[in-house]
Design a protein around this ligand. Structure first.
Ligand code: CTP
Length: 398
């Protein structure tokens, strides 16, 4: 199953490192080429000799070979790997990964890696549940890293709770299913918009919104993962696509997003407008900074182009168009009206009433409504899982 696949395992200092020789053995048995990087601290829990014997490859920890000074290139490791699994990943290493502190070979390789990265945390329950750890996990997920959730159970410390490294058999299954993923969008061209737009008032001020871009970026990753050619038109967000095949165009305003989408309309088989485009923009942006005055200040606004509507009016019958609707009330009815009025094939409804849904969360709860009248209310899920559900839904429509 894993024949010819290059799997890089990063091991950090956690008692759970004792499970890694078994993981390596299972992966090698499946035909994978396995290389291992250990942090210094990991060497206290598992020996390089065990792992090099099981993998048939040298085990690395340092940038240089101490006896002859040979350079171990983190960039080469990053390029070699089809998938990088960091298991167990400690709280310290996650903190370094989030902040780009590349003071060891493992974190330097992480920063250089172009392949999907799986992280499997293992630590005591209190460390795992600490806001710092939880925040770091959220940040890593926002970089596109895939979390292998720790199990809940008895921990090495004697405490009980979440924090136990997943069993090697489970991690092996996750890696196997990673490679089994369908390439069912091969040959399809998908245009996706993401993030907010900023409408300038003057050189230092703008009207914007809270969109983080995570939903649109997750869709871009899911589509690229399934073989699609992806054009991502992104408003101002901090994210960068993980999959290097994604072609990214950055824009700022609704006007720029409209031009970028219009240019790609003919090219696309599927168009997904996940961006939170501003509905209004200042009639004129002042060239100089507006000075504070005693009395009130009014900014006159004019409507922006409704990009989704334009795309609906100008698309061919073969092209599939998806819109998003963020609603606070009368959700289903409003979304159905948007679907019809904008000539969409599918609309993804978010309700701000649902906890964990909408802007700023790594999760989302959506309802898919298609032009044939089917309504699918989904559970609260991670945004990358919502993206995968959307891909499945689109596959049916296509
Ligand atoms: N959208 C767009 N161009 C705009 C505004 C919105 O393409 N100028 C797209 C968004 O990307 C999203 C969909 O329209 O896919 C829904 O946006 P929303 O603001 O909810 O809908 P509106 O039609 O603007 O209606 P309202 O704001 O009144 O709810």
């Amino acid at each position: 199953m894993l024949k010819g696949k290059n799997i890089l395992i990063g091991v950090t200092g956690s008692i759970a490192a004792y499970k890694i020789p078994l993981l390596v053995r299972l992966l090698v048995k499946e035909g994978a080429n396995v290389k291992v990087i250990l942090t210094d601290s990991a060497r206290n829990f598992v020996t390089p000799l065990t792992l090099s014997t099981l993998t048939g490859n040298p085990v690395y920890s340092d940038f240089f070979e101490k006896n002859d000074g040979t350079w171990h290139s983190h960039v080469e490791f990053g390029n070699w790997a089809d998938v990088f699994v960091i298991a167990p990943v400690s709280a310290t290493t996650m903190g370094k990964m989030v902040n780009g502190i590349a003071d060891n070979l493992l974190v330097a390789t992480y920063l250089a890696a172009k392949c999907p990265v799986y992280i499997a945390p293992a630590m005591d329950v209190d460390m795992f549940l600490h806001p710092s750890t939880q925040k770091n996990i959220e940040r890593l997920k926002s970089f596109g890293n895939i979390l292998i959730e720790p199990e809940t159970g008895e921990l090495a410390s004697g405490l009980s709770g979440p924090g136990r490294l997943q069993e090697p058999e489970t991690i092996t299954e996750i890696i196997k299913s990673h490679f089994q993923k369908k390439k069912d969008f091969k040959g399809k061209r998908v245009l996706i918009s993401a993030g907010p737009t900023y409408e300038l008032i003057d050189p230092v001020r703008f009207i914007g919104n809270f969109s983080s871009g995570r939903m649109g970026y997750a869709i871009a990753e899911a589509m690229a993962e399934r073989g699609a050619e992806v054009e991502l038109i992104s408003g101002p967000v901090e994210l960068i696509p993980v999959n290097t095949s994604i072609n990214l165009t950055r824009v700022t305003s609704a006007g720029e997003m409209f031009e970028a989408c219009k240019n790609k309309l003919e090219w696309a088989d599927v168009i997904i407008m996940a961006a939170a485009v501003a509905d209004y923009t200042p009639t004129t942006a002042s060239k100089i900074k507006i000075k504070k005055k005693e009395d009130s200040l009014s900014v006159k606004l004019k409507p922006t182009v409704d990009i989704l509507k334009y795309l609906g009016e100008n698309k061919s019958t073969q092209q599939v168009l998806v819109g998003f609707a963020l609603e606070t009330d009368n959700e289903l009815e409003n979304a159905k009206n948007k679907l019809k009025n904008k000539n969409l094939d599918l609309i993804v409804l978010n309700s701000l009433k649902d906890e964990g849904a909408g802007f700023g969360h790594s999760t989302n709860k959506v309802t898919f409504i298609d032009k044939y009248g089917a309504v699918n209310e989904m559970e609260l899920k991670q945004k990358y899982e919502v993206a995968s559900d959307l891909a499945d839904k689109l596959k049916n429509i296509l």
